[in-house]
Write a protein that binds this ligand. Structure first.
Ligand code: NDP
Length: 292
């Protein structure tokens, strides 16, 4: 990391909860930072601490070689960037707005046509985590831009690069979020089950957190089975043994919806019906790979 890189001029478009946190981290690291937000007021606190508040997105873009974009969604990114293609030509856009892989690739193609260097980012953190341990951001797209600006990007958390395909960062981001949301739904299902027994959600959380943490150890075992391609490898719990009927019965008994657990039971049952009941739990990835 050179001093020059540390002091790279940078512009941030979008000062919502996340964009504001990103700009703040850049300023803390000593980067001369120009900020812009569509509606007034959100730049004031940053300007009071030394950021340059640009009156327009165009002015912000003109302020430096690298433009961080953290807006609501794909449509808002186009709405802001399209009229600025001329100014952006020759500059680098790092777009950390959440978009689908297809939208990221579309933006990368738009950038290429406009002579803009494009790096897509997926933020694996909430605003309060930015710049702190545990925060990570996934990138894909222009490799040179990633390496050139890595010291700047590292001010937000651990930066990792996932290849020239601009859609990859988003794909990993959304795949990781899929795991998170389903896990959260599973936790909430459990909390709903014990609630009628007078157990508070906080009490249940204290039990569920260490249990689920311990269970993540199984990911690598399942992954080895999937990558090895033999779901019948010895030493696994079989699908017939993994029936979730007891959980479904207990849920119904507690007056709780079975939607979350029934979805998993459906994935298991399809493999049993296809004659794979003696194989291990990892086999249900085949139900996911081949939608019913
Ligand atoms: P906010 O809702 O707090 O901010 C949205 C920002 O987008 C505001 O600056 C808003 O401007 C701007 N905006 C929306 N529409 C337009 C438009 N048409 N033209 C110009 N500006 C527009 O969201 P966050 O800051 O939390 O999130 C920003 C991005 O970061 C999202 O894509 C989100 O998915 C992603 N992200 C957020 C995380 C989080 O925990 N917050 C975690 C990981 C990723 P205005 O103030 O004028 O409304």
């Amino acid at each position: 990391m050179t001093t020059e890189n540390h002091q790279e001029r940078v512009s941030v478009l979008g000062l919502g909860a996340m964009g504001g946190a990103l700009a703040e981290a850049l300023m803390r690291a000593g980067h001369p930072t120009t900020v812009w937000n569509r509606s007034a007021g959100k730049a004031d606190a940053l300007a009071a601490r030394g950021a340059t508040a640009a009156a327009t997105a165009r002015d912000a873009v003109r302020a430096g070689p690298v433009v961080i974009v953290c807006l609501l969604d794909h449509a808002s990114v186009h709405e802001v960037l399209d009229p600025l293609a001329g100014e952006l030509a020759g500059r680098t856009v790092v777009n950390v707005t959440t978009t689908s892989p297809a939208q990221s690739r579309e933006l990368a193609a738009w950038a290429e046509r406009s002579g803009v260097t494009y790096l897509d980012g997926g933020i694996m953190a909430v605003p309060q985590m930015i710049g702190k341990p545990g925060s990570s951001v996934l990138y894909s797209g222009a490799a040179d831009a990633f390496h050139q600006y890595k010291p700047l990007l590292d001010t937000w958390g651990t930066s990792t690069y996932h290849g020239e395909d601009a859609g990859m960062a988003s794909l990993y981001d959304l795949a990781l979020l899929a795991g998170m949301y389903v896990m959260f739904a599973g936790f909430l299902h459990g909390a709903a089950m014990v609630a009628p027994a007078g157990v508070s959600a906080s009490e249940f959380a204290a039990m569920a957190a260490p249990w689920l943490r311990a269970m993540t150890g199984a990911f690598e075992e399942y992954a080895a089975v999937i990558d090895g391609g033999d779901y019948a490898v010895a030493g696994q719990q079989s699908l017939v043994f993994s029936s979730l009927d007891d959980i479904l019965d207990a849920s119904t008994g507690q007056g709780v919806s079975t939607e979350v657990v029934a979805a998993v039971q459906g994935l298991i049952q399809r493999q049993i019906d296809a004659g794979h009941g003696h194989e291990g739990f990892a086999r249900i990835i085949e139900s996911l790979r081949h939608p019913a």
